[in-house]
Design a protein around this ligand. Structure first.
Ligand SMILES: [Zn+2]
Length: 255
């Protein structure tokens, strides 16, 4: 019998929720199914904050992530990660911060091969990329502080959301904004139902699935306010800088 675990976000009781095959991938949403691996991955659900996670994978050493998830076949189950997504995100950022870029020192956190940052440099941004998986030799305290950090499709991949927040906290300036994307699980994940949500995909490394309440709890733990620009794009901040004020007039739905 599987035991309950403590939720890493709110310390509430997390119960075994469901089990899926390791090869369940986000591409199932596009009608592409991988052959089952035969490896069972259990997801747990916190009944207090709604955080849903795969504890076994969260405990993997980083080499195992490289071998089993972020390997040469990763592109097959996340075909947009190399080019399309960074290109689209760069175009979107350059649009929403049009005319404000001179005020921005930008870091793309978890930016893989740096495509997003490279594209933004093409729009004359002061931008750099840092990926904890690829830049193990970089000490993040050497990077300095940034007033805009983006983290696209990062939160659902991390085995330890508290460690991620500590890293972001050490990189963001006091009047900075962290803009990140992750889909909220409110609705798709409910107690006493099967875990059918396409985003709950171990093969993609989606091991930390956030509800609105769990994101709010995580943000508050690190003294951030949180707002959402859309159902999948969120902002963390303490003080709204002038150059980002326009975002808050249109967004800020979570509070
Ligand atoms: Zn919780």
């Amino acid at each position: 019998m599987l035991k309950d675990l403590s939720c890493s976000i709110c310390a509430g009781t997390s119960m075994p929720h469901d089990v899926v095959d390791f090869n369940k991938s986000c591409e199932e949403n596009n009608g592409k199914f991988l052959r089952p691996s035969g490896v069972s991955i259990y997801y747990y659900l916190c009944h207090h904050c709604g955080f849903c996670f795969a504890p076994e994978i969260c405990d993997w050493p980083s080499e195992k992530f490289s071998k089993e998830i972020y390997n040469s076949q990763y592109i097959d189950i996340d075909p947009d990660y190399k080019e399309n997504r960074p290109k689209n995100n760069a175009a979107h950022l350059s649009k929403i911060f049009n005319g404000k870029t001179e005020h921005i020192r930008h870091l793309d956190f978890g930016g893989g091969n740096g495509s997003l940052s490279d594209a933004l440099k093409g729009f004359s941004w002061d931008s750099q990329s840092y990926d904890p998986f690829m830049h193990k030799d970089i000490n993040i305290t050497d990077l300095g502080r940034f007033n805009l950090i983006t983290a696209y499709e990062v939160f659902e991949h991390v085995p330890d959301a508290n460690a991620l927040m500590e890293q972001l906290n050490s990189l963001i300036s006091s009047d900075g904004v962290i803009l990140f994307s992750t889909l909220l699980s409110d609705g798709p994940i409910k107690p006493n139902t099967r875990l059918n949500w396409w985003y709950a995909a171990p093969r993609n490394g989606h091991i930390s699935l956030f509800s609105k309440k769990s994101l709010q709890t995580l943000a508050n733990k690190y003294n951030f306010e949180i707002g959402s620009l859309s159902s999948g794009t969120h902002i963390l901040y303490r003080k709204v800088p002038d150059w980002a004020a326009h975002l808050f007039n249109q967004g800020k739905k979570t509070n």
